[in-house]
Design a binder for this molecule. Structure first.
Ligand code: NAD
Ligand code: DAU
Length: 353
């Protein structure tokens, strides 16, 4: 038995593949284009593991995907592959349309052709799980209830619009063609192997390097944070028991302001790796220009997943963020590998001097 994972060299996909292979006998075929966000170092511990088959390629390459499906006959396809950074989508939306919209469309078509030819029992057991985001629901005001599965889609950034489009395609391929799909919409993840263009790893690394900690606008924007291993356990649960055609919101019940998150990281670093001059890391906090169209608040109502499938996160924000800071302190080799040339170009494009 095998599963096909796309985007398994990225942050969440990489954690998912590592956790899956630690707990299951099934082979993982890992299809990843290795964009700037894909990193084989994340999968270094799998070298020589015959149950991990890595293939570099694009989810939109129908010939390649058809060949992999025919060769490995997976019982499920899990689609993590995407362009995922909101700020990059503002600078250049084209890649987001290419992968998140056209890539998902082509992947759905390849999978539909494969699934259509499966014998009845395998056809019935097959699943296509699409990994999506809470950002498709738009933004909340402080008094609004958290996003539930029935909320209207109101995406505001090129990234969230492209993810919303992909969710709609997945939904339509179920309703029109009967493809057995499941969709998860998750809040902000954090944890090991997170590429340091995103707030939490960026702040940890900038703090340690003595650089400014850039806060967009007033820093009062709110996100719900979920430790990445909890997201992976939710995906495994939905894959095992989710109802076909349904969507499941995944969240950590951890609403925090950005400033609050950054202050928590600074406090942990003060404890675990104090600055040599005795000053607090919070003194590096710097307010910078806001993100255009910045969504003010995200919050997730994850009760459907708890009620119907019995899933709950294992980590609180306090336990998860401590593990994360410690992981970055302990894994400087991985950090050095991702903070090379093109990463520095991104920092100067986004934050200037
Ligand atoms: P990431 O940017 O870290 O990784 C994306 C991976 O996809 C990379 O390895 C990249 O090489 C690969 N990829 C990109 N384009 C590809 C293509 N055309 N074909 C094959 N591979 C390609 O992203 P992430 O943070 O791990 O997010 C994974 C998924 O989860 C995305 O779909 C994202 O929208 C969703 N999501 C992310 C978060 C979060 O907080 N990071 C939260 C909710 C949902
Ligand atoms: O909500 C789920 C989404 O979370 C995922 O779908 C996206 O793939 C993922 O990137 C993430 O999107 P955000 O835009 O919320 O994450 P990011 O880490 O980029 O930013 C978190 C918040 O911090 C956001 O309000 C912007 C702010 N921020 C970010 C950076 C990089 C700053 O204030 N300064 C920064 O330098």
């Amino acid at each position: 038995m095998a599963i096909l994972v796309t985007g398994g060299a990225g942050f969440i996909g990489g954690n998912f593949v590592l956790d899956w292979l630690a707990a299951h006998d099934e082979t993982v075929v890992n299809l990843d284009k290795l964009t700037y966000a894909g990193n084989l170092q994340t999968l270094a511990s799998l070298q020589g593991n015959p149950r991990h088959v890595f293939v570099q390629g694009d989810i939109g390459d129908r010939e390649l995907v058809a060949g992999l499906l025919a060769q490995y006959q997976p019982r499920a396809v899990l689609n993590f592959a995407a362009e995922s950074h909101v700020d990059r989508s503002i600078h250049g939306p084209g890649d987001f349309i290419h992968t998140n919209v056209l890539g998902t469309f082509n992947l759905l078509e390849s999978v539909r052709a494969y699934w259509g030819e499966l014998p009845a029992a395998e056809k019935q057991a097959f699943r296509f799980l699409h990994v999506s985001t809470d950002e498709v629901y738009g933004t909340l005001s402080p008094q609004d209830p958290p996003f539930a599965e029935h909320n209207r889609y109101e995406p505001n950034s090129p990234y969230s619009a492209s993810k919303a489009a992909s969710d709609h395609l997945v939904r339509a391929w179920h309703h029109t063609y009967g493809l057995p799909v499941l969709t998860t919409n998750c809040s902000n993840n954090y944890g090991p192997y997170h590429f340091p263009e995103k707030l939490i790893p960026l702040v940890i690394l900038n703090a340690l390097a003595g650089k400014p900690l850039p806060i967009y606008g007033d820093g009062q924007q709110v996100r719900d944070w979920l430790y990445v291993k909890d997201h992976c356990s939710a995906i495994r649960r939905v894959l095992a028991a989710g109802k076909l055609g349904e969507t499941y919101n995944v969240g950590g019940w951890n609403e925090k302001t950005n400033l609050g998150v950054v202050r928590s990281i600074c406090g942990l670093l003060d404890e675990l790796r104090p600055r040599t001059d005795g000053q607090p890391y919070a003194s590096q906090i710097t307010y910078v220009q806001d993100r255009p169209g910045h969504d003010r608040r995200y919050a997730i109502d994850a009760r459907k997943l708890e009620r119907e499938l019995g899933w709950l996160p294992a980590e609180t924000f306090d336990s998860g963020i401590r593990k994360t800071v410690q992981w970055y302190l302990d894994n400087q080799h991985w950090v050095a590998g991702v903070t090379s040339g093109s990463y520095r170009d991104w920092l100067s494009q986004q934050y200037g001097a």
